[in-house]
Design a protein around this ligand. Structure first.
Ligand code: GLP
Length: 268
């Protein structure tokens, strides 16, 4: 895993957007996996700015979001679909038909229907030729997507019950009095690991413990993000605060410097 430690959130956002933009320039029909979270907001802001100011072209990009709440009606302002429109899709040149987000609107229908929704989602990813670059954030409990602790490391897209901590972390996005959903559809860890390249973003002290466990801890289903250690091409982009508990920070700095010298093409 390549670990890049930035001074702050602003630099992390710029660096993440730069990595995505470079991938898009290399492959204009990039299959891009996206994540919804506060962490990604600065990065989306940068991408919108690059689109406006430098003509960064999204017209051939195809996107797949990691996850979506189950039970919110279509168009609900707190759905991940709405959040993505607000932060990125409404401001760039991506055709609506290129956007894929799991459909969580089948509230109250038998689980069978969700099996179908999930299988279709996996099939769409396959039909698109797989994901070239997947962006992931990390939850305080080390989840990626909504793969809560004890999720199978081989899991596929499926409905997932959220831990109370995750529900509480999501609460600030909902108006007072409105209960955040307790279930979601998420790409599985196995699905995520099939992406050709993965970019993990983490910012702030609240993520320091999870980041250290994901990067330096043992591979375990108790920390979903530790499964990224199995992937051959992961970049962890973390700010100084989120990197606070990492043991080998000096090594990561040296390794990054060396990688930039020896394999400049690899770093987009
Ligand atoms: C949710 C999302 C994740 C995201 C995580 C952290 O659980 N499903 O994809 O990484 O929240 O979000 P934030 O960046 O807001 O801390």
């Amino acid at each position: 895993m390549l670990v890049i430690i930035t001074d702050d959130y602003a630099e992390l956002s710029r660096e993440a957007a730069r990595i995505i933009a470079n991938a898009m320039r290399k492959k204009p029909d990039l299959r891009l996996g996206l994540a919804t979270g506060d962490t990604q907001q600065g990065m989306y802001g940068e991408l919108v700015r690059m689109h406006r100011e430098a003509g960064l072209d999204f017209s051939r990009v195809v996107t797949f979001n990691l996850d979506e709440y189950i039970g919110l009606p279509a168009g609900h302002p707190q759905s991940f679909r709405s959040a993505m429109r607000k932060s990125l899709f409404d401001h760039v040149s991506i055709p609506v038909s290129h956007i894929h987000i799991p459909d969580g609107t089948l509230h109250g229908t038998p689980r069978n229907n969700f099996d179908e929704v999930c299988e279709q989602y996996e099939a769409e990813i396959r039909r698109a030729g797989g994901i070239d670059l997947q962006i992931v954030g990390i939850g305080k409990d080390g989840h990626i997507g909504f793969n809560e602790p004890t999720s199978s490391l081989a899991s596929r897209t499926r409905p997932k019950t959220l831990m109370q901590q995750t529900i509480e972390d999501n609460r600030h996005n909902f108006p007072p009095g409105e209960e955040p959903p307790a279930v979601a559809i998420t790409m599985g860890i196995g699905t995520i690991l099939e992406a050709r390249r993965i970019l993990l973003l983490a910012s702030g002290t609240a993520k320091a413990k999870a980041v250290a466990l994901a990067v330096e801890g043992p591979l375990t289903a108790s920390v979903s993000a530790s499964a990224l250690q199995m992937h051959r091409d992961v970049t962890a982009l973390v700010d100084r605060e989120a990197a606070a508990n990492l043991q080998h920070k000096d090594y990561y700095r040296k390794a990054l410097e060396m990688a930039r010298k020896l394999t400049p093409g690899r770093l987009w």
